[in-house]
Ligand binder design. Structure first.
Ligand SMILES: [Zn+2]
Length: 178
């Protein structure tokens, strides 16, 4: 197992259109998944990661909302999703997002409230889950990575809807100390 290097914006590899996974039995592919999961677990509070973030342009994401500081109700735990597709979605809401590849910022992004996520697990078996709220948001964020899209591409205004992390944290701590 190994912790992989996380690429950060504006690395060109984050803009790759990722290839589908076809050979699930490949031991090197299985090793890569173990490394991707270890890399996700190494980053505190990280609830999702996509293969292109570690420089591998294939359609693999990991989502695990149980790792959130405040895990949302009804989450599905770890979903290692190969060739993920959002089959349907409904509702829209604004929420704050961060990304390992943009460590210094968070941003307000509009996402669907509910999303039907279909994918193949690491053995190639098809699964489908209806996700809601924060978990649906994470899935949409990670699937975007596979098309070379990052959350900054979706904020309405980089000036009004993006926030330096330090400033955000110090504001919060100031607020909570009152
Ligand atoms: Zn991200």
């Amino acid at each position: 197992m190994a912790i992989l290097e996380i690429l950060t914006y504006p690395d060109d590899q984050l803009r790759a259109l990722c290839e589908p996974v076809t050979d699930f039995d490949n031991p090197e592919f299985q090793q890569f998944i173990d490394d991707l999961l270890e890399t996700m677990h190494d980053a505190p509070g990280c609830v999702g990661i996509a293969a292109p973030q570690v420089g591998r342009p294939i359609q693999v994401v990991a989502i695990d909302c149980s790792l959130a500081r405040h895990p949302p109700e009804g989450h599905h735990g770890l979903m290692l999703a190969c060739n993920p597709e959002i089959l349907s979605w409904s509702g829209m809401e604004v929420g704050r997002e961060g990304c390992l590849s943009l460590p210094d910022y968070t941003g307000n992004v509009v996402r669907a409230v509910e999303a039907q996520l279909q994918f193949q697990d690491r053995t190639g078996q098809t699964q489908s889950h209806m996700l809601t709220g924060f978990e649906a948001r994470v899935a949409q964020h990670e699937v975007d990575h596979l098309e070379g899209r990052m959350f900054i591409d979706r904020v309405v205004s980089r000036r009004a809807d993006m926030f330096p992390r330090k400033q955000y944290q110090s504001r919060r701590s100031k607020k909570s100390s009152n």
